[in-house]
Structures are given as structure tokens and as C-alpha cells.
Design a protein around this ligand. Structure first.
Ligand SMILES: Nc1ncnc2c1ncn2[C@@H]1O[C@H](COP(=O)(O)OP(=O)(O)OP(=O)(O)O)[C@@H](O)[C@H]1O
Ligand SMILES: [Mg+2]
Length: 253
């Protein structure tokens, strides 16, 4: 079982869209057994797969505190298994941080389902706190989605610094898988998209640049219809790009 954490403390950069559709590509195109973990109290990945109005009975926090994953995992029609989240996960933060060795809690809980999955994809909240720390401690690798804006490259160090801290003290095996530019759009007016990609290239090296995801309405339709880009239109640009991303991920882990 390989655990991949999708993280960037900046909000709205495509973490959830990437977590859901990368997980779907691994499941549908590559026939891997995939568990998606929603570790964001906003519950965006949960709403994405199960609809805006869906209210889970159980949530990730309960699996971390006093239940097992078996109590919490939902099978979804996308073929993905999901550990859901909602606002109650945020309310449980203090209780979780009072647990002994809380930073290892997600890692320990995941060990109980290791035989059942080839991949675990963790969708993180836009923060560097509790759930992102636990997700980095639990992961083999982390992937950073980012928007194609000129200054996006500047903030990434906060995340890579946290990851370095986690490597030094808690998870020596953690590595950076790479950066994914989302909502990519190539035209003259948006030449700064390419400028920004070049800036990342220079800073992190070519091997850290994963395939970009083009801006595509299929992504938004998938959210509205509680589906994935593969179920909606397997020939869409978004499906092609997430397929390429999954292939790159498989080649690296
Ligand atoms: N490839 C794409 N094409 C078009 N729109 C996209 C694409 N990727 C993401 N978006 C849009 O960008 C917005 C933010 O995406 P998403 O929710 O995945 O970001 P996030 O980083 O998870 O946000 P948060 O920090 O709040 O968790 C959404 O409205 C989504 O529909
Ligand atoms: Mg999100």
C-alpha cells in the first residue's frame, strides 16, 4: 500500500479536484484498489463524491479517536472507497491533539487496512496544522497542486519546510512526489502560466514537475453531478490529464 498526501496550505488550488480525480484514474484506468481519505473539515471530497446534501454518519475523526476504519469507510458508486469528513472533524481537533502520539494516529489507523488497498490518497485542508501534519506523517509521498499564478511558487516553501520537519523527526521515508499545475490554460494573455511553470522548474528541478491539468469545465460538471471526470467524459482534457498524472505517479512510487 502506498500513501499519497495531496497538500498545499493555500486554498482553492485544486487539492480536492486532484485527490478525487487522481484516485479515480488509479481506480478506473489502472484498476488499483484505492481508498480516498477526506481529512478536511470542509468535507469537499466527501461532497464531491456523494453530493452536496450528503451527511455521513461517521467521519475520519471517529476512526482516529475511538472507532475503526471499518466503521467509517464508505463504498461509493465511483468505485472508490472513502473515509468521509464534515465539520465535526474540525470540532474533534482538540480531542485528537490530546491523544498520545497524535501525529502518528492516522499512520497507525491506516496500517489496519494496508492489505485491502494499493493506494491511499489523502485530501488535506488548506492549512499546515493537525490534519496536514498527520497526513504527512502517514504518507510515503506528497504531491503539491498549485494554481498557475506568478507568485504561487513563493508560498510552497512553507509546506516543504513542514515536510522537511516531518522527515527529520517523524517520517524519514516521506518524499516529495512533485508539483501539479492545475487550471492550466495556454494562450498569449496567459503567458504568465508558462512563466510561472518555468520559475518552478528552475527552483525544484524538472523531475519535480508532474503533468499539468488543463482548465476544463468537465471538472466543474463532475463536482455538480457528484461524479468524476472519468465517469462524465473519459475523452475530456481533464480525464486525459489526470490519466497522464496517474501514469507519472505510478512511475514514481
Ligand atoms: N482543471 C480545472 N479546470 C477548471 N476548474 C478547476 C480545475 N481544477 C480546479 N478547478 C476549480 O477550482 C476550484 C478549487 O478547486 P478545489 O476545491 O479542488 O481546491 P482546493 O485546493 O481543494 O480548495 P480548498 O483549499 O478550499 O480545499 C473549484 O471551484 C474547482 O472547480
Ligand atoms: Mg479542498
Amino acid at each position: 500500500m502506498k500513501v499519497i498526501t495531496i497538500s498545499n496550505h493555500k486554498g482553492g488550488v485544486g487539492k480536492t479536484i486532484t485527490a478525487v480525480n487522481l484516485a479515480a484514474a488509479l481506480r478506473i484506468v489502472n484498476e488499483k484498489r484505492v481508498l480516498l481519505i477526506d481529512s478536511d473539515p470542509q468535507g469537499s471530497a466527501t461532497k464531491h463524491l456523494l453530493g452536496r446534501g450528503f451527511k455521513p454518519d461517521e467521519h475520519l475523526g471517529q476512526a482516529l479517536i475511538d472507532k475503526s476504519f471499518a466503521d467509517v469507510i464508505l463504498e461509493t458508486s465511483s468505485g472508490l472507497d472513502l473515509v468521509p469528513a464534515d465539520i465535526r472533524l474540525g470540532n474533534a481537533t482538540d480531542v485528537i491533539e490530546d491523544l498520545k502520539h497524535w501525529t502518528f494516529r492516522l499512520k497507525q489507523t491506516l496500517a489496519t487496512v494496508a492489505e485491502h488497498y494499493d493506494f491511499v490518497i489523502i485530501d488535506c485542508p488548506p492549512s499546515l496544522k493537525t490534519f496536514t501534519v498527520m497526513a504527512l506523517v502517514a504518507a510515503d509521498a506528497y504531491l503539491i497542486p498549485t494554481e498557475p499564478e506568478e507568485f504561487a511558487v513563493d508560498g510552497l516553501e512553507k509546506l516543504t519546510d513542514l515536510a522537511d520537519y516531518v522527515v527529520a523527526g517523524m517520517n524519514p521515508g516521506l518524499r516529495m512526489l512533485g508539483i501539479v499545475v492545475t487550471r492550466y490554460h495556454k494562450n498569449l494573455r496567459n503567458a504568465h502560466h508558462d512563466k510561472m511553470i518555468n520559475a518552478m522548474h528552475e527552483k525544484y528541478g524538472e523531475e519535480m514537475m508532474l503533468p499539468s491539468i488543463r482548465r476544463d469545465k468537465t471538472v466543474l460538471d463532475a463536482v455538480t453531478q457528484a461524479s468524476t471526470v472519468f465517469h462524465l467524459n473519459a475523452e475530456s482534457n481533464a480525464a486525459k490529464d489526470y490519466r497522464a498524472l496517474a501514469a507519472a505517479v505510478l512511475a514514481r512510487v
